[in-house]
Ligand binder design. Structure first.
Ligand code: NI
Length: 167
């Protein structure tokens, strides 16, 4: 397994639309293992392949307290969504920034598992928010793009300042 470098907003590669996975093979399983290791190490509760500069429709999520419940969604699709919620989100590609975002409270998602089999799951609350956030990444959307232009501008300046300090 290997830790993968995470792209940082406003890296333009974060705006790439990911392509569907055609075959779930060992190369995909290795990538997922690397993504999971990268997510746990960061640490974060979700990671999309887009964030490690692999433009394939794969996401890894683990919202459990003890980080023991990895959930993998390959070619995820939102089938239905309802309800509204607003919660504070962060992102490994936007370090140190937390902002409230409106999302659907409940989603039903269809995806492939690591064996290439189709499954469907219904999620609500944190898992539903996390799925919407990660599926956005596969579309090339970073959560700050749900915020006002002014907020986004402030975030960009803050991140540029951080980059200068850590450089
Ligand atoms: Ni993110």
């Amino acid at each position: 397994m290997a830790l993968l470098p995470i792209l940082r907003y406003p890296d333009p590669r974060l705006h790439t639309k990911a392509a569907p996975v055609s075959v779930v093979d060992d190369a995909i399983r290795t990538l997922v293992a690397d993504m999971a290791e990268t997510m746990y190490e960061a640490p974060g509760i979700g990671l999309a392949a887009t964030q490690v500069n692999v433009h394939k429709r794969i996401i890894a999520i683990d919202i459990s307290e003890d980080k023991s419940q990895l959930q993998v969604f390959i070619n995820p699709e939102i089938l239905t969504h309802d309800g509204e919620c607003e919660s504070e989100e962060g992102c490994l590609s936007v370090p140190g920034i937390y902002e409230r975002v409106r999302r659907n409270h409940r989603v039903r998602v269809r995806a492939l598992n690591l064996d290439g089999q189709v499954f469907e799951t219904e999620a609500e609350g944190l898992l539903a928010v996390c799925l919407q956030h990660e599926i956005d990444h596969l579309e090339g959307i970073v959560f700050v793009e749900h915020l006002s232009r002014l907020k986004r501008f402030r975030i960009k300046s803050k991140l540029a300042k951080q980059a200068r300090i850590t450089a």
